[in-house]
Design a protein around this ligand. Structure first.
Ligand code: BES
Ligand code: MN
Ligand code: ZN
Length: 490
């Protein structure tokens, strides 16, 4: 979708569909001028209660006499200045717009500063919502109905300032990264295997001279002593890959921020096989990896002045005659041994070696992103990503990035008291901690491998995809990560 600012009278702007935000019970600012051209139709609809005041409500005026626009869609954003309501309104408006036959869209929002929003914030929210709603995963449909919407004009009275222009380019870069993350998540496991993820990383590097990629094979991982990682990919015909992307946007000697992604391209559970119903959704078990690729793409596209390294632990967890057995004991790259009591707790096994590998970068921070536990879904559901950290400043920075973007996280405890659940009588630790606090004990396992640097863990099992009949990747937590990295720029 092509998006551009457009100055001038919105009543005179020709388009197929004009989106008009409403904040509360009555029209304000330029929406009032527009309504005058409409002969007061929008205002009358509001008085009649046709739109209502709850954020996310929409009302289509199929005929818009007096305007150059063919139709008008009113969308409710709730109270003035409430970012949450604005996001709900925009999501509903663009969702409706992308289902409609309208090809050219316009939105009156970008100078909706009357409602108390900063112009750059309005720009970012609008652009992200438009791209988000336009996303489809239709590449395997014989007859897909393409989205008609092809262009969006951001209508405002004056020319866009520098801050707004920057917000537009940043949001376009971010939207592209989010779409990449969603596409990779939605790709099925027979297509998106570890080698496919490695090729995607190489494609990003080809597109940006600031990104370099290195892919480690199983033989190289064996030489590094990554016994935990290799135990997971042992049962699969698809070779595991450790994918390393380096984005250099900051000073040559500035310590990098490292993002480590869980990239289990399909999680059957291994010999500790998962039950059948819903197992298809375990193609999403690489959403951590997908968010690392999406974030790296966004950061490179936006040319952020910071150094970022992505490390992706890509493997497929399959049962077979050469798969790892429950009870097997392996040695990790850190030298610590693990008794694998359940082969379905595989994420922590690939991650622990990737986290040890990250030490070599002398990182300023390490954040891992993983669809790690069903227990995180039980604890927090989909609204919040579970956050764990061994450093309070890092935890605060990530929480703030989540609050600011609406891609929210909630901090969970990493107390020593939970560590005893990982006790094994035959190895330095077990890979499972029992029924209680499953998301916490998974994080506690990772904490044993991250003592060398400030580290945080994002368990995105509940937030990375929508489950059930309407299943699909959400692109989270790319927005949170991008905001976090923007805040690290000096
Ligand atoms: N990928 C799953 C976690 C998961 C399950 C995410 C369902 C989203 C929805 C992970 O590898 C896993 O299987 N975890 C086990 C751990 C258990 C064996 C300790 C789980 O959560 O059941
Ligand atoms: Mn598993
Ligand atoms: Zn898994």
């Amino acid at each position: 979708m092509k998006i551009a600012f457009k100055a001038g009278d919105p009543a005179k702007h020709a388009c197929d569909l004009l989106l008009v935000p409403v904040f509360g019970a009555a029209l304000k600012g330029r929406a009032l001028d527009l309504d005058a051209a409409l002969g007061g139709l929008a205002g009358r609809c509001l008085t009649q209660g046709d739109l209502g005041t709850s954020a996310g409500a929409t009302l289509l005026l199929p005929i818009a006499g007096g305007l150059k626009a063919s139709r008008v869609l009113l969308f409710q954003c709730g109270e003035d200045g409430a970012l949450e309501g604005l996001r709900e309104g925009l999501a509903a408006a663009f969702s409706a717009a992308c289902k409609s036959p309208a090809k050219s869209l316009a939105c009156l929002l970008s100078d909706g500063t009357a409602a108390g929003f900063d112009a750059a914030v309005l720009t970012e929210e609008t652009v992200l919502a438009a791209h988000y709603a336009r996303y489809r995963f239709h590449r395997y449909l014989k007859t897909a109905k393409p989205v008609a919407a092809a262009s969006l004009a951001l209508l405002q009275s004056g020319r866009a300032g520098a801050a707004q222009q920057k917000a537009l380019t940043r949001a376009e870069a971010l939207a592209k990264g989010i779409a990449l993350t969603r596409t990779l998540g939605d790709e099925p496991g027979n297509v998106c295997h570890p080698t496919y993820l490695a090729k995607e990383a190489q494609r990003i590097a080809k597109a940006h001279s600031t990104v370099k990629v290195e892919v480690l094979s199983e033989a190289e991982m064996k030489r590094l002593g990554m016994g935990a990682f290799l135990a997971v990919s042992a049962g699969s015909a698809q070779p595991g890959k450790l994918i390393v992307l380096r984005y250099s946007g900051g000073a040559r000697n500035a310590a990098p921020h490292v993002l480590v992604g869980k990239g289990i391209t399909f999680d059957t559970g291994g010999i500790s096989l998962k039950p059948g119903p819903g197992m298809d959704e375990m193609k999403y078990d690489m959403c951590g990896a997908a968010s690392v690729l999406g974030t790296l793409s966004a950061v490179a596209e936006a040319q952020l002045p910071v150094n970022v390294i992505g490390v992706i632990a890509a493997a497929e967890n399959m049962p077979s005659g050469v798969a790892t057995r429950p009870g097997d004991i392996v040695k990790t790259m850190s030298g610590q041994t693990v008794e694998i009591l359940n082969t379905d707790a595989e994420g922590r096994l690939v991650l622990c070696d990737a986290l040890t590998y990250a030490e070599r970068f002398k990182p300023a921070s390490v954040v891992d992103i993983a669809t790690l536990t069903g227990a995180a879904v039980i604890a927090l559901g989909s609204p919040a990503t579970a956050l764990y950290a061994n450093n309070d400043d890092l935890a605060s920075a990530l929480l703030e990035a989540g609050e600011g973007t609406g891609d929210r996280a909630w901090r969970m405890p990493l107390w020593e008291a939970y560590q005893k659940q990982l006790k094994s009588n035959f190895a330095d630790m077990a890979n499972i901690g029992g029924r209680e606090a499953g998301s916490v004990t998974a994080a506690c396992f990772l904490a044993r491998f991250t003592k060398a640097y400030p580290w945080a863990h994002l368990d995105i099992a509940g937030s990375a995809w929508r489950t059930g009949a309407d299943k699909g990747a959400t692109g989270r937590p790319v927005r949170l990560l991008m905001r976090y990295l923007e805040a690290q720029c000096v």
